[in-house]
Design a protein around this ligand. Structure first.
Ligand code: COA
Length: 260
């Protein structure tokens, strides 16, 4: 699959989506959002793809935010739609239905941090830097940052970060719960790919159902969330893989999952 601003590399069971504007620190322009929307759609529809990794090309940046050249052109008639374009693509990532892991290999600022937060898990390199520096540009986060950062790290920390525009290190990001773990730059992709290979070795329908329940917990009340979980649990009890997984345990052998 050829994209203007992305590399789409299919591997066994998963796909690597690499943001590919390294000379602009992978800044998110309109073309990149179009490409990302298409790539996400393909990943959702292709049954050979059971997980996605998103990373940035080059050693310096995951993504240094919205493209400031395009941002500068916005006014109060176009701004809301500019924001919604990014929000829609990031919502599609969060609701892709399959695990999406961000391998944050450098700056994840503004829209870059928002993209990482739309992924379900974030691993970072030691040189990664996180922040929502929009206030330095006279704007606020517009691709879900005020919502997802607040959910991930709590209101106090989110307010501190967004109102000050401060940039934090990967270690600080782990401490506040923004990132899952930190790795040497040379080891980040290897670690991330091994993690994803572990996920894709599990029963896919169970993985998708668990993920859907987790993602929905952001939008449902506690009671609705419990009902949703029970409904999914019931559905999965009807799968071939559930019978195989439990039978294999009882027979003291490894399970062979078919995704059925
Ligand atoms: N939009 C458009 N272009 C960007 C960009 C962005 N968000 N971030 C970086 N670039 C471009 C720079 O303009 C520069 O292009 P040029 O070589 O044609 O001049 C190139 O990427 C390299 O960036 P540069 O600033 O020279 O690298 P640096 O190492 O000195 O600084 C950053 C790195 C990330 C600290 C700095 O680029 C920066 O602050 N970027 C903007 C971050 C931001 O505010 N993001 C939120 C946007 S809403």
């Amino acid at each position: 699959m050829i994209f203007e601003t992305l590399l789409f590399e299919k591997k066994s069971g998963y796909v690597l989506i690499i943001l590919n504007r390294p000379d602009k620190l992978n800044a998110l322009n309109g073309q990149l959002f179009n490409d990302l929307a298409d790539a996400v759609k393909i990943a959702a529809q292709d049954s050979d793809i059971r997980a996605v990794i998103i990373t940035g090309s080059g050693s310096k940046a995951f993504a240094a935010g919205a493209d400031i050249m395009e941002l500068h052109e916005q006014d109060n008639t176009t701004g809301a739609e500019f924001s919604r374009v990014g929000q829609r693509v990031f919502d599609a990532i969060e609701h892709l239905g399959k695990p999406v892991v961000a391998a944050v290999n450098g700056f994840a600022l503004g829209g870059g941090c928002e993209l990482a937060m739309a992924c379900h898990i974030r691993f970072a390199s030691t040189n990664a830097r996180f922040g929502q520096p929009e206030v330095n540009l006279g704007i606020l986060p517009g691709y879900g940052g005020t919502q997802r950062l607040t959910r991930l790290v709590g209101t106090a920390k989110s307010t501190e970060l967004i109102l000050s525009g401060m940039i934090i290190t990967a270690d600080e990001a782990v401490k506040i719960g923004l990132v899952n773990s930190v790795h040497e730059s040379s080891e980040l992709m290897d670690f991330t790919e091994k993690f994803v290979q572990t996920i894709v070795s599990k029963a896919p329908l169970a993985v998708y159902a668990a993920l859907e329940s987790i993602v929905n917990s952001n939008e449902l009340s506690a009671n609705e969330g419990m009902h949703f979980e029970a409904k999914k649990f019931g559905e999965i009890c009807g799968t071939v893989d559930f019978k195989e997984g439990t039978k294999a345990f009882l027979e003291k052998r490894s399970a062979t999952f078919l995704g059925k």
